[in-house]
Design a binder for this molecule. Structure first.
Ligand SMILES: *Cc1c(COP(=O)(O)O)cnc(C)c1O
Length: 356
């Protein structure tokens, strides 16, 4: 991103399923401007282990938690005018200034200050000098999902206009930030003072369209490499004659004498139930198709064609084995979702192990 662009490491959602402490242990000694989380609960979880971590909360903080957030010096995303007065009161009470990042509405219609209400916000902020506007942020609606980036350009234009209004009203902004992974990868002019990197930090492309846009602009890609693998083991191997059912609902019936591996992972672990009768896992370097429905903690796969499968053989749900690979993107395609959801829903209780 270049030396003058700060990094907000987005570690919400259990660091996209990768593990708060595993990821933070690696990042804490890097030059990270903020650790961006969604909620106050995530901020609390992170700072319990790493008390001095600079935290930026992207989501909503309830009014009754604002005093606590200020006392912790957490940076807040501001987009409700009511919040300013409450923050100001607590800032006076705790003796700490309240640092906020103004979140601008530029067309996503999620959290944000509309252009119409911006003058009121500016007036209110000027009335409350203990509420410091440290940052001005926005979020793109349509970069990942398309190779046509005209809406993103429109949003960027809105952002610049509103930023200019804020700055010309005499509010000095230290950190302007707009870009998540896709914008960071594709458009230098979205970088401003800081980028908020989530999915790409974990070695995943935000989408096929982002990947294509990047490759078209930069030629061959060797930029991102997924860092997460998800592994289980074979818990039982059984011979199932032709014509028998497998799993709940009797949705799969063997058409030939089959050898079935029982795998102790299920939808509770985050292995999507939509992968029932659709997904594959890797065993002994080969693809084994999922047979029957994914259960809460168990599913079955067909290993008839794989010689020498043994009890406790490694089963790869995501990652490489031999010359084969299953990516989060592939699972997402099978489960009719996106790689973000596949990794962020891996149950936090499963152990995450750093291997390199
Ligand atoms: C989640 C999030 C990001 C990170 O997005 P990626 O596409 O994962 O890089 C950035 N900004 C905001 C406001 C977010 O909610």
């Amino acid at each position: 991103m270049g030396a003058d662009v700060g990094i907000a490491a987005v570690v919400k959602a259990f660091a996209y399923g990768h593990g708060y402490s595993q990821v933070t242990d690696i990042l804490k000694d890097q030059e990270i401007k903020f650790f961006a989380v969604h909620s106050i609960d995530e901020a609390e979880t992170l700072t319990r282990k790493y008390p001095d971590l600079p935290i930026l909360i992207l989501g909503y903080v309830p009014k009754n938690m604002l005093e606590y957030a200020i006392s912790k010096h957490w940076r807040l995303s501001l987009y409700n005018i009511e919040t300013i007065g409450v923050l100001s009161k607590f800032a006076a009470k705790t003796g700490n200034d309240a640092y906020v990042h103004l979140k601008l509405e530029t067309g996503t219609n999620r959290q944000g200050i509309s252009r119409k209400l911006l003058p009121e916000f500016i007036e209110e902020l000027k009335r409350h000098p203990k509420v410091i506007s440290e940052g001005v942020a926005m979020h793109f609606a349509n970069i990942e999902d398309t190779t046509d980036h005209s809406f993103a350009q429109h949003q960027l234009k809105q952002y610049r206009i509103m930023l200019e209004q804020i700055e010309s009203a005499g509010i000095a902004i230290e950190i302007r930030h707009t870009a998540s992974s896709a914008a960071s990868l594709l458009f230098d002019k979205t970088h401003f003072d800081m980028v908020r990197l989530g999915v790409s930090m974990y070695g995943l492309w935000p989408s096929k369209e982002t990947y294509l846009s990047y490759v078209m602009a930069h030629g061959k890609d060797s930029l991102l490499k997924p860092v997460l693998s998800w592994k289980s083991i074979v818990a039982q191997i059984k011979d199932v004659p032709a014509g028998e059912y497998i799993g709940y609902g009797c949705t799969y019936r063997t058409t030939a004498d089959s050898r079935i591996a029982v795998i102790p992972a299920g939808y509770y672990d985050g292995y999507d139930r939509k992968l029932s009768n659709i997904g594959y896992v890797l065993i002994r370097g080969k693809r084994a198709p999922v047979r029957g429905r994914i259960c809460m903690d168990i599913f079955m796969a067909d290993v008839t064609h794989i010689p020498d499968v043994h009890l406790e053989d490694e089963v790869v749900l995501i990652g490489k084995q031999g010359n084969e690979q299953l990516t989060a993107e592939q699972l997402a395609e099978w489960a009719d979702t996106i790689n973000y959801e596949i990794v962020s829903r891996i149950n936090p209780l499963l152990p995450r192990i750093i291997v390199e």
